[in-house]
Design a protein around this ligand. Structure first.
Ligand SMILES: [Zn+2]
Length: 464
């Protein structure tokens, strides 16, 4: 009936599309049309193809299309280049791990190392279907990290390493606090979340017991005034509650509530050791929680004994997932999160496939304040999406795409990825990054970082 079809930049038809829209529409024979950076149409192939045309339409019959996944907590520097150098049995003691193994590697990074590390991290994310990330706030050379990530085409929010307290956490220094606040103010001016900027700064805090109240308040004020958010680590172990109780007579979330930090633009990562009162405050203030399943399991946070994540989601808390310093394949992280709590609660209804996909997409977008732009495939939203390749053994036969996405597939079947309307992964290869050249640079950087950090390789097996 349409004499004149509308021309678009990208048109994919014949695909199965899991839209993650409000109705959770799944199109069995679906099409998506992209113009510039934006989704202009999505629906049944027969309807979309009668209204839109494209110079190089894409046959989507081998693809399951989902929104790009969102990693709510990742260290793009510090860990990615050198984590495998560490002995594998040191994670049980948080303080020893930090002081002996983690911090020396972070501080041994120079600007160029952080840039390469960020670019490699972004590449790993894109190649496994993550199109948007929230950095953990441990970047030391922000300009370089922004540059490295931006080169890949990924979307993200990053922040400098800001503490405001020196090595002696009981001794505040006015100068340290002033410097920390100045850095928070400067970074959001230098890397604003303006239209067209896929990578931008947030006031992100290391959290735990490293930030005085003045720094927490400044971060929240800067976030509120600029339409941004605050992210911080809190309570992976009982040491954070112990410190806050001793200093303030209040648990960490209670104290953050007391000083006006909690809110819908705040993302707190780990939250393993919170009690019912803290859970209630998180729910009342619409504060977002981020679970990093593999980091929690390998780091022995004790989720089986104290984790409250099913109860937190029952209370209405928005739950996102993160990779922290581990596997950046978010589809695998979701499997850990779901399987863990099914077993802990001995309840198969906890975190079913539908919840897993929500945590990976729209929940992440909501926590990052980007839900008007990404997290679902709808007209008017940014074209951030993933084509999962079903021409692979793990996908055959294709009979239940939501369950297959959640439990049978992983990031290895990510064939193509679009971010902001640009195809940044095509046929399993990044389009904007020379992958082999990056691997070579990363190897050089890793060797240099390890040498500067002075950490000897300790192998229980002979390396000949
Ligand atoms: Zn972290």
């Amino acid at each position: 009936m349409n004499a004149q079809k509308t021309s678009v930049d990208t048109l994919i038809s014949g695909a199965k599309i899991v839209s993650m829209d409000a109705q959770r529409s799944v199109f069995d024979d679906g099409a998506i049309a992209i113009s510039g950076k934006t989704i202009v149409a999505i629906g049944a192939s027969s309807e979309i193809c009668s209204d839109y045309e494209c110079a190089s339409p894409i046959d989507g019959s081998r693809f399951v299309i989902t929104p790009g996944m969102i990693n709510g907590h990742i260290h793009v520097t510090g860990d990615p280049l050198t984590r495998a150098w560490l002995p594998d049995n040191i994670d049980a003691d948080f303080v020893e791990e930090l002081t002996r193994w983690v911090l020396p590697r972070f501080y041994a990074h120079e600007a160029q190392d952080e840039e390469i590390s960020a670019e490699l991290s972004a590449l790993k994310m894109l190649r496994t279907g993550t199109t948007c990330f929230l950095e953990a706030g441990t970047v030391r050379y922000l300009d370089h990290v922004v540059e490295g990530a931006r080169r890949t085409g990924i979307r993200g929010r990053v922040g400098c390493w800001v503490e405001g307290q020196g090595g002696n956490k009981d001794a505040n220094s006015t100068q340290l606090i002033d410097d920390a606040i100045a850095m928070l103010e400067r970074e959001v001016i230098e890397h604003p979340a303006a239209e067209g900027q896929t990578i931008a700064a947030w006031p992100i805090l290391v959290g735990h017991s490293t930030n005085p109240d003045e720094v927490w308040r400044a971060a929240k004020t800067i976030a509120d005034n600029n339409g941004l958010g605050v992210s911080a680590h809190m309570s992976p172990y009982a040491s954070d509650p112990a410190w806050f109780l001793e200093r303030f007579g209040r648990r960490p979330i209670e104290h953050l509530f007391d000083i006006g930090i909690l809110g819908s633009n705040v993302c707190l990562t780990h939250l393993a050791h919170i009690d019912e009162s803290e859970q209630q405050l998180l729910a009342e203030t619409s504060t977002n929680a981020i679970l990093c399943p593999l980091a929690a399991l390998k780091g022995v946070f004790g989720l089986a004994a104290v984790g409250r994540f099913p109860e937190m989601t029952d209370a209405g808390i928005n739950l996102m997932l993160g990779s922290d310093g581990f596997d950046q394949d978010m589809m695998r992280q979701a499997q850990f999160a779901s399987a863990l709590f099914k077993d802990i609660r001995q309840d198969v209804t906890k975190f079913p496939a539908e919840d897993m996909l929500s945590m990976l997409t729209c929940n992440g977008a909501k926590g990052m304040g980007l839900d008007a732009e990404v997290g679902s495939l709808e007209v008017g939203k940014k074209a951030d999406f993933v084509c999962h390749d079903t021409d692979r053994p793990e996908w055959q036969p294709v009979i239940g795409v939501v369950n297959q996405l959640a439990w049978l597939a992983d990031g290895r079947s990510v064939h193509s990825v679009w971010v902001d309307g640009t195809r940044v992964v095509d046929n399993y290869r990044a389009t904007l990054v020379d992958e082999e050249a990056l691997y070579a640079k990363a190897a050089e950087s890793a060797a240099a970082v390890i040498k500067r950090a002075g950490i000897d390789f300790i192998s229980p097996w002979p390396v000949i």
